[in-house]
Design a binder for this molecule. Sequence first.
Ligand SMILES: [Zn+2]
Length: 200
Amino acid sequence: MRRASIRIWNDNSVPTLWKEVAELGTTGGAASYQPNIRTVHVRVTSTTDQIRHELAHAWDHYLGGALSSLEKAKRKELERAIQRKIRLWSASDTKRAIVMYRGGVGVRKRMTVRQMYMLYKERPITRERRFGNPSTRVGYSTRSVREFFAEAYSVFFGSSRVGMARMLAFAPEVFALMEWLAGLYGLSKPDREALAKVTF
Ligand SMILES: [Zn+2]
């Protein structure tokens, strides 16, 4: 995070780095990510799941925007950074390689995050079929591609077994994408077979 100059900050001011050049944007909700100043705003009441969701937006931004450090940046450079177009990894047209399983057999597929989102949206989605963390507002996963990605990340690396089981059942493509990301960065991943047995 330091290498990309991403900060976690309280929700009523901007980080010291941006003090002279940026104003506080909307920090609505329990926590929020303000991409132009690379800041995750939190409150004392923010839950771990909410913070993880916002960190996922920051991660999405980092991967898509090739963010470099601004620790030694001059004022001009900071001003340019604020104006920069926000590029998200989840919004890219690049197809991601995932492994889907059918009857225990892995099949390689390639698709964009948007295609994963569209497949999820095309399935009959009732309240019970949406994945999400218990403390996150219901419906994040169906709001937009970026929210779908952030909530998938938050659930996959969180602790809600029901949320993970629903994602595996109704959005298996993004579940597979999270498995790939976990493998890439050496993070632990939930066990598919155990999740398939969870009732929800
Ligand atoms: Zn969000």
